[in-house]
Design a protein around this ligand. Structure first.
Ligand code: FAD
Length: 321
């Protein structure tokens, strides 16, 4: 029996959220006294693969074949389920990223396992029943779920578990999965990269702006603040609806739910639908010229002022920090 963790990479570099998932899997493995095996799909350099041993995985299974060069939801889910069966994994851990969200239910169905997507805590064990906390209702609530049965799939919310170094000697083992034509029925024709330098779903810091910015021509200072902080940029729904920013940046009930350590909201009123996607941020800073803006009610720190005065000062201050 084992714990299997799927580790995501972008262009051959493991994502921070993947390392969080390995550390989380290691902590689960310690709870149930089972080894942790990591699984990587696609082309990753040897030096990058060896990093995984630092986070406590004992074996790294690598799947690298031409059909799997690009991420394919159905095919990757099949590979993860197949490997899980081959290593007799009782628990499969992956990140609740864009791709993890799509794959987790498929893997759970293939393994006939319970599913905790959006998990934010280590499980508490009571016999075969596990209880775990997860985000619910677009991050507006925290649900405590009981996972019954002997198998479970846990999709971990990015930034909810710190990667911890626990070096082990890792063995790297290539694996050849048996893919069916159904698994490969989707063909990716083209990929257009979002403008965000830092991936929004996994960002530790998000600089987000709303209609208070008046127009797309004023986004340079939002991007500059994000750049000096190493943050991802985001926006409110009307901003992406108006075409001022790409839809991939829209956060909230109908957009992405984000869980950064720091969320800076500039010229955003704080409507309930916006808060639904950002209120799980650890620290919220609001910049708004209206002292009555509802966002201030959930802010940890608030600056009442004109964004066009405040943001340039913040940029200068952070540059010299
Ligand atoms: P506004 O409400 O216009 O607020 C602009 C803010 O900027 C104001 O508070 C103002 O005081 C401030 N401001 C203006 N000028 C300045 C300045 N110079 N300096 C500083 N502050 C300034 N919205 C989302 O964001 N995400 C969603 O997922 C989402 N889903 C929705 C789903 C449904 C079904 C519905 C009905 C609505 C949804 N909305 C969503 C829309 C939401 O209700 C709000 O309309 C929207 O969030 C408001 O965007 P905003 O704060 O950018 O704009």
């Amino acid at each position: 029996m084992s714990v299997l963790v799927y580790i995501e990479h972008v262009d051959g570099a493991f994502k921070k959220s993947a390392l969080e998932a390995v550390s989380f899997a290691k902590a689960v493995g310690t709870l149930v006294n089972q080894p942790v095996y990591a699984l990587s799909i696609g082309e990753v350099a040897q030096s990058e693969l060896e990093k995984i041993g630092k986070y406590g995985a004992e074996k790294l299974i690598t799947v690298n074949q031409a059909e799997l060069k690009q991420f394919l939801n159905q095919a990757y889910a099949s590979v993860i389920a197949e490997v899980a069966k081959s290593v007799e994994a009782e628990t499969v851990v992956l990140s609740n990223s864009f791709s993890g969200k799509g794959m987790a239910p498929r893997i759970a169905a293939k393994l006939d396992a319970a599913l905790a997507d959006g998990a934010i805590s280590l499980p508490r064990l009571s016999g075969t029943a596990w209880t775990i906390q997860k985000t619910a209702f677009s991050n507006k609530a925290i649900a405590t779920e009981e996972l019954t049965g002997s198998k479970r799939v846990i999709a971990l919310t990015p930034n909810s578990f710190e990667p911890k170094e626990e070096p082990t000697s890792i063995t790297i083992e290539p694996y050849q999965p048996s893919l069916s034509p159904d698994d490969l029925s989707t063909v990716i024709k083209d990929i257009v990269r979002a403008t965000n330098q830092v991936s929004l779903p996994e960002a530790e810091i998000v600089v987000s702006a709303g209609r208070g910015m008046k127009g797309p021509e004023n986004w340079a200072m939002v991007e500059e603040l994000a750049r000096v902080l190493g943050a991802a940029t985001a926006c409110s729904k009307p901003v992406s609806d108006a075409g001022w920013r790409p839809h991939a940046e829209h956060v909230g009930q109908t957009g992405l739910a984000v869980t950064p350590k720091l969320y800076i909201a500039i010229g955003i009123s704080g409507a309930i639908q916006h808060l639904a996607g950002v209120s799980s941020s650890k620290t919220i800073v609001v910049i708004n010229k209206d002292p009555e803006a509802p966002f201030f009610k959930v802010a940890d720190y608030g600056i009442v002022g004109d964004a066009f005065d405040v943001v340039p000062q913040l940029i200068e201050a952070f540059k010299t920090y």
